[in-house]
Design a protein around this ligand. Structure first.
Ligand code: GAP
Length: 513
């Protein structure tokens, strides 16, 4: 798809989210607040379903993972110990003509991705020209244009990696200049110097000026887990290896927050810290990489829509880190990070608090600070990925069009819509009876307005996987039609069987078994 088409597709998805009650710009009556969004009636259901699915996959399916809900506000020393006050920075750069602000590292990453795209396009062009005789591997190894692009890519990647490692801001600027990156708004290459910017929001607690002290809105939920590590371990009587899972809000004063709910200043993370014996972290890192990829696949994402991406620069706490990226309409981008965080956090909290955070291992008779492997997935990014994956604008056989959200049935905001074919002849009462019997087990929706075709279309656009219609035959033999969203196939089944049939279809366990 061309860049213009993918941008149009993304705009369509954003409009759809607003029109159908998934996501609204925050405080829109005041013209909205940049990079902050609210979740409407269907968005909140989808969000809760994804969150619950993650929670079950983590805590219910792992006897050695327990949950926690720590406060957003934490003692200010937490952030000194975690390194966020000193090191949670992004390099920013401004275009002097448009006054638009960018993350310098993201500008470079995007430019490098374009070189990769160029190589891929060369290969696609050659494939078309040579047809079946085409040998892609040979082409990529020998074509002069491809070789030049590859050399350029490797050279810039090496410089970029080193600049990030050395925190060399001048070199980052130089790479932007050498890559001839232009501002997408002004088109100019007139850049300021690169500066560091701390992403944490701060506020004051205490009512009197002399009592008040600066505290921070947490930029990750993980620290709430670290500071509670020993209390949770003791009260849940877990032995290492064990994990603590948490879902909650995090806040970052993002420099660039322009891609709808992909990057916002207030967002939710679903994080799990897995505490392991020192020296075993590599093994657990690999285990969680695979487990988390499997979870993403279970959301209905094709394997080609997902990939691992090893971090170019490791965060201040990590000895290994990888992202799981999803192919959004604006390209492959991070949806989850898996980090081997060593004993960095617990060791620092022990030092800054003066409280021992050691675990006594009954198997080895030793006390030690555990190592940690973390899985950290953004709830909002997962919602966006599910919506982008689900959104289809289909041309039907009769020439009409429909927009359908093929959300996996177990995540759908509404699972069953119940319609009387018409309100009269007692069909409305019968349909309401069916709705009332199903609502105890499924999220149901009842509607009798408009013709049945319009009602189907509205549910397709919300992603409702099953529509049940009550007609005159229902009154005679207690059967209904059940229509499946993606195939639009209808089947007649008895009302008594509805619960069993739909339960099977919306079963959350299928994907993970
Ligand atoms: N505790 C580790 C940590 O916070 P991260 O890679 O900075 O790691 C983890 O964040 C996940 O949180 C990301 O993969 C992303 O899904 C989500 N996330 C981070 N910043 C975000 C933002 N500004 N808006 C939405 N989601 C964000």
């Amino acid at each position: 798809m061309s860049k213009e088409n993918t941008q149009n597709l993304f705009q369509e998805i954003i409009s759809h989210c607003k029109e159908y009650g998934f996501v609204f710009p925050s405080s829109e009556i005041y013209d909205g607040l940049s990079a902050v969004y609210d979740y409407g009636p269907y968005g909140v259901e989808l969000k809760k379903n994804i969150q619950e699915y993650w929670w079950k996959a983590m805590t219910q399916l792992h006897e050695n993972i327990v949950g926690l809900d720590a406060a957003i506000f934490m003692h200010p020393k937490t952030w000194k110990a975690s390194g966020h006050i000193d090191a949670f920075m992004d390099p920013l750069i401004d275009n002097k003509d448009s006054k638009r602000r960018y993350r310098a590292d993201v500008l470079i990453e995007d430019a490098l991705a374009k070189i990769e795209d160029k190589i891929e396009k060369e290969a696609e062009k050659a494939q078309k020209k040579f047809g079946d005789a085409f040998d892609k591997e040979k082409f990529l190894a020998t074509n002069p244009n491809v070789i030049r692009s590859k050399e350029k890519l490797v050279a810039f990647e090496t410089r970029f990696k080193k600049a990030l490692e050395d925190n060399n801001l001048e070199e980052l600027k130089q790479i932007i200049v050498d890559l001839e990156i232009a501002c997408e708004v002004s088109g100019s290459k007139n850049w300021t110097e690169v500066r560091q910017f701390n992403l944490m929001f701060s506020t004051e607690v205490g009512s009197l000026a002399e009592d008040s002290s600066t505290i921070y809105l947490r930029p990750e939920t993980a620290q709430g887990i670290f500071v509670n590590f020993l209390q949770v371990q003791k009260t849940s009587r877990k032995k290492i290896p064990f994990g603590i899972a948490q879902v909650g809000k995090a806040f970052r004063n993002e420099i660039v927050a322009r891609q709808f709910i992909f990057r916002t200043r207030e967002f939710e993370q679903m994080e799990m810290q897995f505490f392991v014996r020192p020296g075993t972290q590599k093994e657990w890192y690999d285990t969680w990489k695979e487990a988390r990829m499997k979870w993403h696949r279970s959301l209905g994402f094709a394997q080609e829509s997902l990939k691992f991406f090893d971090h170019i620069k490791l965060a201040h706490y990590a000895d290994a880190a990888v992202d799981i990226q999803f192919n959004f309409p604006f390209g492959f981008k991070e949806i989850e990070g898996i980090h081997s965080r060593t004993d960095f956090d617990l060791k620092n909290h022990q030092e800054f608090s003066g409280k021992k955070l050691q675990y006594f291992d009954p198997e080895t008779n030793e006390s030690y600070i555990p190592y940690v492997v973390e899985t950290s997935v953004g709830l909002n990014r997962t919602i966006l990925a599910v919506l982008c994956n689900a959104y289809k604008n289909e041309k039907l056989e009769d020439g009409s069009e429909r927009v359908v959200l093929s959300i996996p049935p177990f995540l759908a905001p509404v699972q069953i819509a119940v319609f009387p074919l018409m309100k009269k002849d007692g069909l409305g009462e019968k349909a309401y009876e069916v709705f009332n019997s199903l609502k105890w087990d499924f999220k149901c929706f009842y509607e009798e307005k408009d013709n049945i075709g319009k009602r189907y279309r509205r549910q397709d656009a919300l992603g409702t996987p099953y529509c049940i219609t009550i007609d005159h035959q229902t009154l005679e033999d207690n059967t209904v039609t059940i229509r499946e969203r993606d195939t639009m196939q209808q089947e007649r089944i008895s009302i008594e069987k509805l619960k069993e049939v739909v339960s099977e279809k919306v079963d959350w366990r299928k994907g993970l078994r």
